[in-house]
Design a protein around this ligand. Structure first.
Ligand code: ARG
Length: 453
């Protein structure tokens, strides 16, 4: 049976086609490898299905997998193209398979819809990207941790309401940010667990009259479990993208606060820190300017990521059950969110590495008021009840003498304060996170190798 027909119909008005296809031919390039992996698992499962006449024999499935391996290589070397008339990666792959394998290529879509196909591609892609994001999150935390270690006990005015509050240290500031960033791994892991569910075999959202073995593709693709309900599986498209965007938006908000502290502490009026010249950008009119544009753009990208999350939830919240084409637009949202977050993590790691501490400026900022609480606590040590000591100091604030910031930093020793920062604790957490990332990445690599053999 020879056919020159495009895979679906070609009666669509060209403007409508362009509008509906949107950016898929470009965005879907990121899904090419995962589309091939998903198809390899699907075709393997089809060949194992107990039917009077197999849809594809095991030998035929192996031929398809070899061809898919070739397409993955093409995409890795940037030579895989999605044509306008393909519409998306799914039809481009099917077209190539059909060109190369004839009727066998035309069988691979048996029992599958683009709806479960794209859902599986997105989840495989997301799992991979989340792990890479986690590794970059740890890398930034590690930079902050070693920045803190290097600065050691350099005193820093601790602030509340931005007003001078109590003695602190550069080490406590840096590792505090590191710890907040590391805690964000929990949200990324929650998004990973949601992405780690297999929708394949739900077809258009209602299953098919074929004895599909859905658990088999779950096992072949390394998902933690199958999404049991086919309609539920179709409803889950977009939801896991929105959860990922929520984790990314939250992480970006944390990064934005780090950027804000860096902007503040490196402005001339503070000058606790200095940003390397080559990380600052100038002005076309004011020759003296070295601006922290890079950090300002971190703030802006945090705002945009939150916007992407809002866009995803807005897109979903009033959509009726079952597949709707609105879902296609979730793809751009989560991909853009990942791009903004990952480039921000990488640039911040670089900036933090280059920041210089001006210890003299840090010490000079200790006005006597910063020691007020410490002085009151010394009165407590001499036997005065706390509230009396508090009032005694408050009533004579003008009598507070400048004390030694270094001594004040040394005097704080309990867990998590200036002298009690446990760097080994952070390193253990970071090592464990990186080990867990690389274990999962190499497990996925072996699965891909096995599927594309
Ligand atoms: N590009 C489409 C998407 O991302 C693929 C699924 C198309 N399905 C459909 N029923 N039109 O959603």
């Amino acid at each position: 049976m020879k056919t020159k027909k495009t895979i679906t119909d070609n009666t669509v008005d060209p403007d409508v086609l362009r509008y509906t296809v949107g950016d898929d031919p470009v965005l879907d390039l990121a899904l090419a490898k995962w589309d091939c992996i998903g198809t390899a698992a699907h075709v393997t499962m089809l060949s194992e299905m107990k039917l009077g006449r197999p849809i594809a024999t095991r030998a035929e499935a192996a031929r398809v997998r070899r061809e898919l391996a070739r397409i993955v290589k093409l995409s890795e070397s940037g030579r895989f193209v999605i044509r306008e008339d393909d519409q998306d990666v799914h039809m481009a792959v099917e077209r190539i398979l059909t060109e190369r394998l004839g009727d066998l290529g035309k069988k691979i879509h048996t029992g599958r819809s683009r709806n479960d196909q794209v859902a599986v591609d997105v989840r495989l892609h997301m799992k991979d990207e989340i792990l890479r994001t986690e590794a970059e999150t740890v890398a930034l935390a590690a930079e902050l941790e070693s920045f803190g270690l290097k600065a050691g006990a350099v005193p820093l005015v601790g602030r509340t309401h931005l007003q001078p509050a109590m003695p602190s240290s550069v080490e406590m500031w840096a590792t505090g940010h590191a710890e907040m960033i590391l805690d964000q791994l929990e949200n990324l892991e929650a998004a990973y667990r949601l992405a780690d569910l297999n929708p394949l075999g739900s077809a258009a959202g209602y299953g098919v009259p074929l004895p599909l073995d859905r658990r088999r593709t779950t096992e072949l693709l390394g998902f933690s479990r199958t999404i049991h309900n086919c309609f539920g599986a179709s409803m889950a498209r977009g939801e896991c993208e929105a959860s990922l965007l929520s984790a990314l938006a939250q992480l970006m908000a944390v990064l934005s606060r780090l950027a804000e502290d860096l902007i503040l502490f490196s402005m001339p009026e503070f000058a606790y820190f200095r940003l390397p010249r080559e990380y600052c950008t100038g002005s076309s009119i004011m020759p003296q300017k070295f601006n922290p544009d890079v950090l300002e753009l971190v703030r802006s990208k945090a705002a945009q990521t939150l916007g992407l999350q809002t866009a995803a939830i807005s897109l979903l919240h009033a959509m009726p059950g079952g597949y709707n084409r609105d879902l296609q637009d979730c793809k751009w949202l989560y991909m853009k969110g990942l791009d903004l977050t990952r480039t921000t993590l990488r640039i911040l790691a670089k900036v933090v590495k280059g920041v210089k501490v001006d210890a003299d400026r840090c010490r000079a900022a200790f006005a006597p008021g910063v020691f007020a609480t410490d002085v009151a606590l010394r009165k407590v040590a001499a036997g005065m009840p706390w509230r009396d000591a508090y009032h005694d100091v408050r009533d004579h604030l003008e009598q507070l003498d400048a004390e030694d910031p270094d001594a004040a930093v040394k005097a704080k020793r309990h867990e998590g304060t200036c002298g009690g920062i446990d760097h080994a604790l952070y390193r253990r957490r970071m090592d464990a996170a990186l080990r867990s990332v690389s274990r999962r990445m190499s497990a996925m690599e072996s699965r891909c190798r096995a599927l594309l053999k």
